[in-house]
Design a protein around this ligand. Structure first.
Ligand code: SF4
Length: 385
């Protein structure tokens, strides 16, 4: 439970008792319905077989179904911006983002560029009645790449693009139009089924419009309510699909975000190790401390990670050896799942109850928390398998 939590920024999983059991039951039931609906589309199975034949990763039909829905949702949210942008500028921006990892100076420069692009270039709209065809889908993927926020999603959507390029035009057009219809259904249904957890998203965006201008996180912090719902369902799907791999992994680890600790960075005694920090237990009230002690009882190491983008480092590990429980806020769940798999980890995730980090959401930061019992159940299962 999050005892001191008083302010909802965008989403909150807590019910009146402060727990998340209702949320997890709601999202599990809704995910069953979403998957049943998506698997009626032949394109999902066909794409899954296309990947399997080429020995490409993540051909599980449920992951392909999620991506089919993602095509429609992202088109609905960003399609009018994607068709208004220049393909050349998009390519230039996405190639410049690749320089971010070179140094701290390069990172600052890229962040400045992202802020300018997100406010002045990528925000241009065109009338949204443009019908999606393959060419428009390609522009959408280009826009998403240029935004610098959908790196992992774009890798998967690029596979869908290649797949559809090999189909007759009529068939690819029909696949895309049906994906958008599914997204229309999803937006409506998810508002009823998961909307009670995301009631503050729109007002947060409205209130913070001015503050986010020219900021590198403008697009990230302004993401639509339906994208929260997509990530909630996506995380549930990924947890199911990757569960066996996680259980089979010989080593287990937990990645926690720094926004869970109860001291400022200068006062925290955690010690750097690899891409993260190991808690040294300087505060009995700190949730990172509690999670670290609990995980130690199951032989699991906990690393506190300063930023989601650097969580996995640069080196891929031996596939299947390390199972990881990643704790993240809703908007990082799908991309985090893909990234973990790409780097060789077998992931599961636990959601932060709410947003709060100082980098993105709140000028002073709000201490965040998780359902510790849920994390413990996952580690327990991992130990006994
Ligand atoms: S208990 Fe751990 S994570 Fe929390 S402030 Fe102290 S060293 Fe940092």
């Amino acid at each position: 439970m999050c005892g001191s939590f008083t302010e909802t920024l965008t989403y909150s999983l807590s019910d009146s008792s402060g727990g998340t059991d209702h949320y997890y039951a709601d999202v599990a039931a809704f995910t069953d319905e979403v998957l049943a609906k998506l698997h009626t589309e032949q394109a999902v199975g066909k794409f899954s077989r296309y990947l399997a034949l080429r020995k490409l990763e993540l051909f599980a039909p449920d992951v392909c179904a999620l991506e089919y829905l993602m095509i429609g949702v992202l088109w609905k949210v960003y399609g009018d911006r994607a068709v208004a942008g220049s393909v050349f500028t998009g390519r230039l921006l996405s190639s410049l983002y690749g320089q971010k990892g070179r140094s701290a100076g390069a990172r600052r420069a890229v962040d400045r560029l992202k802020g300018i692009a997100g406010t002045a270039i990528l925000a241009r709209h065109r009338r949204s009645e443009v019908r999606i065809r393959l060419q428009e889908f390609a522009r959408l993927v280009g826009w998403l790449q240029a935004s610098g926020e959908f790196e992992q999603e774009c890798k998967r959507l690029a596979l869908w693009l290649d797949f559809m390029k090999g189909l007759p035009d009529e068939e690819s057009d029909s696949i895309l139009v049906k994906a958008v219809k599914k997204a229309v259904w999803f937006e409506h249904e998810s508002a009823g089924r998961l909307g009670s957890y995301t009631t503050s998203v729109d007002s947060y965006i409205e209130r913070n419009q001015q503050r986010l201008k020219w900021q590198e996180n403008r697009i990230f912090c302004s993401r639509a309510r339906v994208e929260y719902h997509l990530n909630m369902v996506g995380a549930e799907i990924m947890n199911r699909v990757f569960h066996e791999g996680f259980l089979a992994a010989t080593e287990k680890m937990v990645f926690l975000p720094v926004c869970m600790r109860n001291k400022a960075a200068e006062a925290c005694r955690a010690v750097q190790e690899g891409t993260g920090y190991v808690c040294k237990g300087c505060s009995v009230n700190c949730r990172v401390n509690a999670a670290t002690k609990m995980a130690a009882a199951y032989g699991c190491k906990v690393l506190m990670i300063p930023h989601a983008s650097t969580a996995f480092g640069r080196e891929r590990i031996q596939r299947g050896e390390v199972g990881i429980v990643g704790v993240a806020c809703v908007l990082n769940l799908i991309s985090g799942g893909y990234k973990a798999k790409e780097m060789g980890y077998e992931p599961q995730c636990v959601l932060l109850h709410h947003t709060g980090c100082v980098q993105h959401w709140h000028p002073e930061g709000i201490e965040t928390c998780i359902d510790l019992e849920r994390l413990e159940r996952i580690l327990q299962e991992g130990q006994t398998s």
